[in-house]
Ligand binder design. Structure first.
Ligand SMILES: [Zn+2]
Length: 88
């Protein structure tokens, strides 16, 4: 599988199913440069993700749950990334 197709597959998975199953925890995407992307950006920036060079910041390498970081923001749109446990 190429970098682009893996990156796109993860982004599409997140767009379709933004919550981990069966726990229901909200997911976000991690890029190869360690940035976070929210599910909205995975949908709106799909073309960038599908054509990533692998090192341009659009290479999605994993989906992850934000367990309890209230200060986690999407590196593209700056929206807060929902955490699994409500803020204290
Ligand atoms: Zn975003």
């Amino acid at each position: 599988m190429t970098t682009q197709s893996r990156s796109l597959r993860l982004a599409d998975t997140l767009s379709r199913a933004p919550f981990a199953w069966p726990s229901g925890y909200p997911l976000h995407a991690i890029t190869s440069d360690g940035a976070c992307l929210c599910r909205h950006c995975c949908a709106s920036e799909r073309l960038c993700i599908a054509t990533t060079t692998g090192s341009d910041g659009w290479n999605v390498i994993a989906l992850a749950v934000n367990w309890e970081d209230p200060e986690l923001f999407c590196d593209h749109c700056s929206d807060r990334i929902e955490s699994a446990y409500a803020e204290a």
